[in-house]
Ligand binder design. Structure first.
Ligand code: ADP
Length: 544
């Protein structure tokens, strides 16, 4: 109809064009696998993405075909994000922390045609390349001089030689915004990994949503450090949102220990960083030990697992760094909620501020949440009723990738997350558990997350896992497995005492067990099913 708005497709290449035009001089700083720190600008990065697009044309990779990456957060990986997706191919970011069987399964399931990898992952590629017949192109993300000789990988090329052979003149194609842009598999802690296929439209809308003031509040004045890997839900969308906002981008490579991150934050003037609690614990410990006073670091986004009160107190109380708690999943791009308050901080008590910050947060415009009981009926938003969390919206999946997958949505079109949550009158959502982790004691639910957070409040506790184990009378009872800090003196009695004022008597764990290690999965989360297996008969044994 004449007079309607222009129909410009929401394509990821439009982010590249915008950032190049309006923020071309803004830096991307990367700590490289080679050991040094590399710097270039959005202008240079996108010129190299265009060289890559020409190279993919020359390799006869067709639109819609998948190109896999096995790479850390670095500038070449960033260039792939735009060179591959912008030229209408699909970037499949593979999580190298998965087992080699899962990596191989994923590469074959996605029918990847090419694989670009950091040299760190050469041993993985050497092990699996013969079992991945669809892959015809192998590219090491390095210069010709660093290309390994005699690797055994057919026609292995260096990235620099590949893109160096092509022009940086390339017109980004215009196509339907519903076309696929990237692919990411969930870590598959239960069963086989499941693929989630993002579209250009969903990724661009998500980049806007992530940047909003009540989401991560990104701007051209920010310097952003995504510690969350680019192989995990597109670094929570930051690899797109940073150039869309013109923020400086700092990419940490493989050194994610506290000392390396603190140095990068200080050297580069990072204002906002994003990562999972296990990584932030390392940073916090290092900052505490060195009594570091951050110069520019003001906000940290914590997601992927719940942020404890102790971590919140550490960042806000000791280091003046605001904690933004966020919740999401691979299936939701990932932003589902973020914990920005609705009222001015000055109008809230310290406890109210902490309670809001430690909730998983509110959904931004663009996604909707609801909680339901076991029959599927919606539960009230009173902050008390807990049920399964469901979500729908423009960046939530409609189905898993591939024909062999189970349905992802309810009959009325919502994605059932498998998380158990409450939602209060202000819209703040609080995860109480994952459905498979919830403890059912005598027919009542006990939140493992809540019991873990109480143990974590003890300064000597480094990591805690609460699991349900078999019980003769109550079916299941909670026990808490605790990993202490080196040199800390923590007793079972001291920890049990923490519970008595904080939870109902029947929710107090039946035992606290000190362990040397608590296993983490490929995305830094506790492997609870392994722990449940190992400790299943713990209380039965005790009562015999
Ligand atoms: P997976 O671990 O299955 O690969 P994701 O990495 O997509 O999946 O993680 C999604 C899950 O992580 C959510 O369903 C939720 O259980 C958990 N999660 C994410 N963010 C938070 C948070 N802020 N608090 C508690 N749990 C979280």
């Amino acid at each position: 109809m004449r007079g309607l708005m222009q129909d410009r497709p929401l394509l990821l290449s439009s982010i590249a064009e915008f950032a190049e035009r309006s923020h071309g001089d803004v830096e991307i700083v990367s700590r490289r696998v080679e050991g040094d720190v590399h710097r270039h600008t959005y202008r240079e990065a996108f010129a190299r993405s265009r060289r890559l697009a020409n190279a993919l044309d020359a390799l006869a990779l067709k639109p819609g075909e998948t190109v896999a990456s096995l790479a850390w957060n670095g500038y070449r990986h960033f260039e792939l994000y735009f060179g591959v997706s912008g030229s209408a191919r699909v970037l499949h970011t593979v999580n190298p922390r998965l087992t080699i069987e899962h990596v191989q399964w994923i590469l074959n399931h996605a029918q990847d045609r090419a694989l670009f990898f950091d040299l760190t992952f050469l041993p993985i590629v050497q092990k699996l390349h013969q079992a991945c017949p669809a892959i015809g192109v192998y590219v090491a993300l390095c210069s010709e001089a660093d290309l390994p000789q005699g690797s055994g990988i057919p026609n292995l090329m260096s990235y620099e030689t590949l893109i160096g052979a092509h022009s940086d003149r390339y017109d980004w194609p215009q196509f339907d915004e519903h076309a696929a842009s990237s692919l990411c598999y969930t870590s598959g802690t239960t069963g086989k990994p499941k693929g989630v296929l993002y579209s250009h439209r969903s990724s661009v809308l998500h980049a806007y949503a992530v940047s909003l003031p009540d989401s991560l509040n990104l701007s051209a004045r920010d310097t952003i450090l995504p510690v969350v890997p680019m192989f995990h839900v597109n670094a929570w969308g930051l690899a797109y949102a940073a150039p869309a906002m013109g923020s400086k981008l700092v990419l940490p490579g493989q050194s994610l220990d506290g000392a390396s991150l603190c140095k990068l934050i200080e050297d580069e003037g990072v204002t906002l960083a994003a990562g999972v609690p296990t990584v932030w614990q390392g940073l916090l410990d290092h900052a505490d030990a060195g009594r570091i006073r951050f110069r520019t670091f003001r906000r940290t986004v914590i997601g992927g697992a719940s942020c404890s009160r102790a971590m919140y107190d550490g960042f806000t109380g000791r280091h003046g760094v605001e904690v933004l708690h966020a919740w999401g999943m691979t299936e939701t791009s990932p932003l589902g909620t973020a914990s920005a308050p609705r009222r001015a901080p000055a109008d809230m008590t310290a406890d109210e501020r902490a309670s809001v910050a430690l909730s998983q947060g509110r959904a931004p415009f663009g996604v909707e949440l609801r909680i339901v009981d076991e029959s599927g009926a919606e539960l009230p938003r009173d902050g008390l009723a807990a049920g399964e969390l469901q979500i729908r919206g423009a960046w939530v999946l409609s189905a898993y990738f591939g024909a062999d997958q189970p349905e992802a949505l309810t009959t009325d079109g919502w994605f059932a997350t498998g998380d158990i949550a409450t939602i209060d009158g202000d819209g703040f959502m609080r995860i109480t558990d994952r459905a498979k982790d919830v403890i059912k004691s005598g027919g009542e639910w006990i939140s493992s997350a809540e019991l873990e957070n109480i143990a974590l409040a003890h300064p000597g506790v480094l990591r805690a896992a609460c699991i349900g184990v078999k019980h003769a009378r109550w079916d299941e009872r909670p026990i808490v497995l605790v990993m202490t800090r080196p040199d800390a003196s923590v007793t079972r009695e001291a920890l049990l005492a923490l519970y008595t004022d904080r939870v109902a008597k029947w929710q107090v764990p039946d035992d606290i067990v000190f362990v040397d290690d608590l296993p983490l999965g490929a995305t830094g989360k506790l492997l609870k099913h392994t722990l449940r297996e190992a400790w299943r008969d713990h209380l039965l044994a005790a009562t015999q």
